[in-house]
Write a protein that binds this ligand. Sequence first.
Ligand SMILES: Nc1ncnc2c1ncn2[C@@H]1O[C@H](COP(=O)(O)OP(=O)(O)OP(=O)(O)O)[C@@H](O)[C@H]1O
Ligand SMILES: [Mg+2]
Length: 278
Amino acid sequence: MPAYPADRILPVRHQGEVLGALSVSKRPGESLTPTEGRLLADLAAQVGLVLKNVGLREQLLARLEEIRASRQRLVAAQDEERRRIERNIHDGAQQHLVALAIKLSLTESMIGTDTDGERELLAELRRDAAGAVEDLRDLARGIYPPLLASGGLVTALAAQAKKAPVPTSVTADGVGRYPQDVEAAVYFCVLEALQNVAKYACASSAQVQLAASGHDLVFEVSDDGAGFDPGSEAYGTGLQGMADRLQAHGGSLDVRSSPGAGTTILGRLPCRVLEAAG
Ligand SMILES: Nc1ncnc2c1ncn2[C@@H]1O[C@H](COP(=O)(O)OP(=O)(O)OP(=O)(O)O)[C@@H](O)[C@H]1O
Ligand SMILES: [Mg+2]
């Protein structure tokens, strides 16, 4: 208890936890009567619950504020993603299809008049059509990767790891199939972590580890690169997006790094298993 000039100081507790104190001072020359002492003890016993409730209410409000902010970021990220898809469709597949339509009319007008020109245009049309298909395929991959849908997390991440500029291994322990949104959350978190490795770490290697642990799916992306100070470096869209995604599933993100000592990104999310590991 703090040293405080008072005739009596009573700790205020709730279930053994000290939450504050009541201090009473009487006029000089007067002292507390036994009845007053008992009253004070009763009061201290009741104030404990009140203080506990005030504390809980504050915690609840802080948590609500956190959830509100995280929801706003998720909505903003969704809007941004929609704009990205719109842009991609507009600049990619739409351009290809518009060009195709124009060239088709040209070819039609040439029929029977210019055989060489016709053949050239037809070859161009075939190339443009293939380009449009490729664009749409890339776009679909960005929305929900087909390999993730068909093969699951380990297969899809192993394929991505092969393409990573830093040698990356993928190991898994007891990882089966999970609901689509859970697999997507882990997949995109790991991809973002690998992108950060490529952008900032100057690492010689990276490891992705996936494991089923009780009712949780856990993943770890670590590198032996430059590291950074997570305490002073603010989260960018990447790490914040990972944290929000995992939090939306009732999970959590842990970033462990220090300058010169590499980086480990740990994610955990509770989920039900659709199919046990084969
Ligand atoms: N593996 C890593 N090695 C070294 N530094 C890292 C690593 N991962 C993250 N960082 C540091 O943490 C910062 C925040 O990362 P985050 O992914 O949130 O944002 P960003 O990559 O800068 O931007 P964005 O992801 O929006 O393109 C990075 O700018 C970088 O300084
Ligand atoms: Mg990033």
